[in-house]
Design a protein around this ligand. Structure first.
Ligand code: UFG
Length: 335
């Protein structure tokens, strides 16, 4: 299949492109590099021996997107591109709604013009909102969120569901990710955000590399076994493979389908910190600080649907996640 991957130079996108190429598909990356580096394309080539086509364009630019679609027959789209910082979205809601919604709608319009009917969307567990009990199951009401970023995911899921109602021959798979961490085993691809990281694992990586002084754990008084928040961390390579499985499923199905991608188990921030220390034989300086606004105490996936309909389960251990994260952070710090 020829697969157009928006945001294909980003953290999850680049790992997915590697899995696509290794499985014999062709990948066409569309990325404006607003939160990714151009050398990711070279790294993908180093890992796979194949160079994906690359268009440095903004997904909301319809004319540029049309040129990318005209460059070869696109069979399916995986849509990662979008702003993704929860806190920033609270400060800049218009920017988030404009960017994330516009780019998705432009993409759908161009797909329609070119007769492309397979769409894999990068959604998030954030769509379950603060009121559903965990583990989260796909048939729970997913109609709210706690940040403008999260609301863009809720809204895009709605747009895709309505689009499928109007176009019953279209297939949209809404992949609801839990907390991806880890890096490619080569140490060449990983989560390397600009500036000070918001997410836990890239922050830990910079502390381990001595680039940041210590980790602050946000809250030690949650109603959880050790008082710190629990999340469902999954290896980014498992997540990437989940996209491949979703593509295979979409190839002979129509309709809209929401599917969780998580391990089905929650671990706490402190447990992850200790797992990192053990896996990499080091001590990580940390303090327990106040809670962060908007954090939920605990959630993880019910991972049954992905197994049943995609034949997908996460296979990497927490130790794999911690070791590969450190390998990538260490190499990045040396550059
Ligand atoms: N944390 C810290 N210190 C830090 C960073 C994070 O203690 O410096 C804690 C958070 O409080 C939370 C846990 O680590 O308990 C995980 O935090 P992340 O920021 O890594 O991830 P979140 O669960 O907050 O957010 C993730 C994705 C979002 C998505 C959300 C819900 O980043 O895109 O899950 O699915 F919306």
């Amino acid at each position: 299949m020829n697969v157009l991957v928006t945001g294909g130079a980003g953290y999850i996108g680049s790992h997915t492109v590697v899995e696509l190429l290794n499985a014999g598909h062709e990948a066409v990356i569309v990325d404006d590099l607003s939160n990714a580096k151009a050398d990711v394309i070279d790294r993908i080539e180093t890992i796979t021996g194949k160079r994906p086509a690359f268009h440095q364009i903004d997904c909301a630019d319809g004319a540029a997107l049309r040129r990318a679609f005209a460059s070869c027959k696109i069979d399916a789209v995986i849509h990662f591109a979008g702003f993704k910082a929860v806190g920033e979205s609270v400060r800049k809601p218009l920017q988030y709604y404009r960017n994330n919604l516009d780019s998705t709608m432009t993409l759908l319009e161009v797909m329609e013009e070119f007769g492309c009917k397979k769409f894999i969307f990068s959604s998030s567990a954030t769509v379950y909102g603060p009121n559903n009990p965990h583990p989260y199951k796909e048939d729970m009401p997913a109609i709210q969120s706690s940040s403008p970023y999260g609301w863009t995911k809720v809204m895009i899921e709605r747009i895709l569901t309505d689009y499928v109602t109007a176009h019953p021959d279209f297939c949209a798979i809404l992949l609801r990710y839990f907390n991806p961490i880890g890096a490619h085993e080569s140490g060449l691809l990983g989560d390397d955000p600009n500036g000070i990281p918001n997410n836990l694992m890239p922050y830990i990586g910079r502390v381990a590399a001595g680039q940041l002084e210590k980790l602050t754990i946000f809250g030690g008084d949650y109603p959880t076994p050790d008082g710190t928040c629990q999340r469902d961390y999954l290896h980014v390579v498992d997540l990437a493979v989940g996209h491949l499985k979703a593509l295979e499923y979409a190839a002979d199905h129509t309709g809209a389908e929401a599917i969780n991608l998580g391990t089905g188990h929650g671990i706490s921030v402190l447990e992850l910190v200790h797992a990192f220390e053990t896996a990499n034989q080091m001590k990580l300086p940390y303090v327990i600080g106040p809670r962060r606004d908007g954090d939920l105490p605990a959630f993880w996936a019910d991972a049954q649907k992905a197994e049943t309909i995609l034949g997908w389960t996460a296979t990497h251990s927490v130790e794999d996640m911690c070791r590969s994260s450190w390998e990538f952070a260490r190499k990045s710090a040396e550059q």
